[in-house]
Write a protein that binds this ligand. Structure first.
Ligand SMILES: [Zn+2]
Ligand SMILES: [Zn+2]
Length: 151
């Protein structure tokens, strides 16, 4: 029997110049609230689907890479500017996170955690019961499982 994530999923940027495929189950599906992700996306929070580098294949065009820190690069389309990836080392694995909304069918990848939750905008949270990590979730325990903002 084939599990849902054993089939490939595809995605790409808004203008279609860059296309990619991902294979197999993701490592994590995190919300990231860190300031670097906010600045490079223009959004108050970003969501990724994380894969090991070997699970990702670019099938059309190529992303422009921007080194956003000593240990990570971010890929985007040089033509339309769509943010596509975060690429670096995560818990000893070489990974590529794709921005979830660049996938054709983001519904297939429900989120499983919040990382760098302590860096979030103070008025922003998400109404779910997922684990919230202060920083990275590697070798860490969540500090909360509920929204911080009352509603
Ligand atoms: Zn594009
Ligand atoms: Zn981040």
């Amino acid at each position: 029997m084939t599990r849902e994530h054993d089939t490939a999923a595809s995605g790409g940027c808004h203008c279609g110049a860059v296309r990619y495929e991902v294979f197999g189950s993701p490592v994590y599906v995190p919300y990231c609230h860190c300031e670097s992700c906010r600045k490079t996306s223009g959004a108050p929070v970003v969501m990724y689907v994380m894969f090991e580098r070997t699970q990702v294949r670019f099938t059309k065009g190529n992303r422009k890479l921007y080194r956003s820190s000593a240990t990570a690069e971010r890929g985007f389309c040089r033509d339309c500017g769509t943010p596509l990836t975060w690429e670096g080392d995560w818990g000893g694995k070489s990974v590529i996170e794709v921005h979830i909304s660049t996938l054709e069918d983001p519904e297939r990848f429900p989120p499983d955690r919040h990382v760098f939750h302590s860096e979030r905008l103070s008025w922003f949270d998400v109404a779910d019961r997922l684990p919230r990590y202060s920083g990275t979730s590697v070798n860490a325990e969540p500090y909360s499982y509920r929204p911080t903002v009352e509603f």
